[in-house]
Design a protein around this ligand. Structure first.
Ligand code: UDP
Length: 238
């Protein structure tokens, strides 16, 4: 099986790392993700993972009552670092060479993100986990994922979700909801029923023509299938 992508960026939200736990991080689930990623890197695909922090803090949700938005967002970024540390350890333990880079300066914790450092790891066959988003408040890790996919010349951003793609209506509420195999950026931005990423992230994707693939995380083999060109989930492109 030959991959059709050279380098992909996976956006994993913090919520997806909670798994069977009530709170925090499900190490077993991350081990499982590590094996999914391994099957893909073994094909020769370079993998970057932007990790969210919503299982700990989302800035927009906790700001107020005395907590400034700026510090709420920094708290969110620190949450992404906790996830990134756990993921990196678990991936390495699972035999997937992985390095954590952060856009929030925290020298004891992880190396600072630079494009050169990321390329160097990727070219040595390592997975790069990115924490701290872009290191600036007022954005989410979805927007950061788009920005870093551009900087790191990733062919596509994979948004791994609970459902197996984008539907014309909420498939949980409507049994006749139809899965869309491809949609345009314009449609994804304008249709209020389509919620893939926040507006800033979608705007970024639209402006720079960076495709977004949406597919289910929890289906074994999905990532590898996607990397080899099987039409799974939904592809958002020009
Ligand atoms: N955040 C930020 N700047 C960034 C990335 C993240 O301020 O570049 C903050 C923001 O408050 C965000 C939180 O970190 O809500 C956690 O990220 P996100 O909500 O994207 O996590 P996810 O929902 O993907 O788990």
């Amino acid at each position: 099986m030959k991959p059709i992508y050279h380098r992909i960026l996976i956006k994993l939200s913090g919520e997806q790392l909670v798994g069977e736990q009530q709170f925090g991080i499900d190490a077993k689930l991350i081990q499982w993700i590590a094996n999914e990623v391994k099957a893909t890197t073994e094909l020769g695909v370079q993998v970057v993972i932007m990790v969210g922090g919503g299982n700990f803090v989302r800035g927009a949700e906790i700001a107020g009552g005395g907590i400034t938005r700026i510090n709420a967002d920094y708290m969110g970024m620190l949450g992404t670092m906790m996830n990134g540390l756990a993921m990196t350890d678990i991936f390495n333990e699972a035999g997937v060479p992985t390095r954590l880079l952060t856009s929030v300066r925290a020298d004891q914790v992880a190396d600072p993100f630079t494009q050169r450092r990321a390329f160097s790891h990727l070219n040595k066959g390592r997975v790069v986990v990115l924490a701290g988003g872009i290191g600036l408040p007022y954005v989410t890790t979805d927007t950061a994922a788009m920005g870093l996919a551009l900087q790191l010349e990733c062919d596509v951003v994979c948004k791994l979700t609970k459902v197996d793609g984008v539907y014309d209506r909420d498939p949980v509420k409507f049994s006749d909801a139809k899965k869309l195999t491809t949609i345009s950026f314009q449609q994804a931005v304008e249709d209020p029923n389509i919620k893939v990423m926040d507006k800033a992230a979608m705007g970024f994707a639209l402006e720079h023509n960076k495709p977004i693939a949406v597919f289910a995380l929890h289906q074994a083999g999905n990532l590898k299938r996607f990397a080899t060109g099987e039409p799974i989930g939904t592809l958002i492109k020009d």
